[in-house]
Design a protein around this ligand. Structure first.
Ligand code: ZN
Length: 269
């Protein structure tokens, strides 16, 4: 499932490959992915619009268009949004695509169709994202802000990190990796987090996500490739029974809030 690093990777690739492009046409191959909008409405609105910038908010890829429109791509489980040089050979799971000049296209590929593409007035985006927590990689994101998000929370720390209203962009993989880096057990109760723990977690989240973005670039060569978590040098995720890189003890797994949680019970407390 794409998390923040993959979404950030897609945005940076779009900037590289498709800055300043103009949309000539939009083709919707799976109408349910743009509902409640109709394919005709979408095509009509974006036809001739120039892409004036790409951005990311949490796991949304944003295409800012001229005349105050923004396309918002939610990646869902398997979504991937990227530039292709020749739309005559579209990827197999293309659901929506935007034809550009010289046969190039911007493609939304989504095998399992849990993602979607929505068109908004750019000025409405603040309201669209009203329930989202802060961006962990923003310059202004502080440990006090992270601690503040947990002020009234009582439960364990890992499900808290997956709650996008507290802090955005952490999915199951990077929440586990961040907790390992901070030496905090996934089951630690939030009221038991002292300032040192919040500081360590804040530092670990930023370091883990930044490294994941760099690794995504390292293991992929084009915008079309999609990095798998096992290529991204995880320390605990997916490593059940393997040796902890710090203490050499075995990595364990348990189910927490319905999700598989990997950790080192010896060095995470
Ligand atoms: Zn360990």
């Amino acid at each position: 499932m794409p998390e923040l690093p993959e979404a950030e990777y897609m945005v940076r690739r779009l900037v590289e490959c498709a800055t300043g492009v103009r949309i000539r046409e939009a083709t919707v191959l799976r109408a349910s992915l743009i509902a409640p909008q109709s394919p005709d409405d979408l095509a009509e609105t974006v036809r001739g619009r120039k892409v004036v910038g790409y951005a990311r908010r949490a796991k949304n890829v944003l295409l800012h268009l001229d005349r105050g429109w923004t396309l918002r791509v939610q990646l869902g489980m398997t979504g991937h949004f990227y530039w292709v040089p020749d739309a005559r050979v579209l990827p197999r799971f293309t659901r929506v695509w935007f034809g550009l000049s010289n046969r190039a296209a911007l493609v939304f590929e989504d095998a399992r169709t849990f993602g979607n593409v929505h068109l908004h007035r750019t000025e409405e985006l603040a309201a669209v994202f009203a329930d989202y927590g802060p961006e962990p990689l923003d310059e202004g994101f502080t440990w006090q802000q992270l601690k503040g998000s947990g002020a009234r929370a009582k439960g364990p720390i890992k499900p808290f990190l997956l709650d996008q209203s507290k802090v955005v962009g952490l999915g199951n993989i990077w929440a586990a990796e961040s907790l390992y880096a901070a030496r905090i057990a996934p089951g630690r109760a939030i009221p038991e987090m002292d300032d040192a723990a919040w500081k360590a977690l804040h530092r670990a989240i930023r370091k883990t996500l930044s490294a994941a973005i760099e690794n995504t670039f390292r293991v992929t060569r084009s915008g079309e490739e999609f990095p798998e978590a096992d290529l991204l040098a995880c320390a605990v995720y997916g490593r059940l029974g393997e040796a902890c890189r710090r203490c050499k003890g075995p990595i364990e797994r348990f189910v927490q809030a319905g999700r598989s949680t990997f950790h080192c019970p010896a060095c995470q407390r």
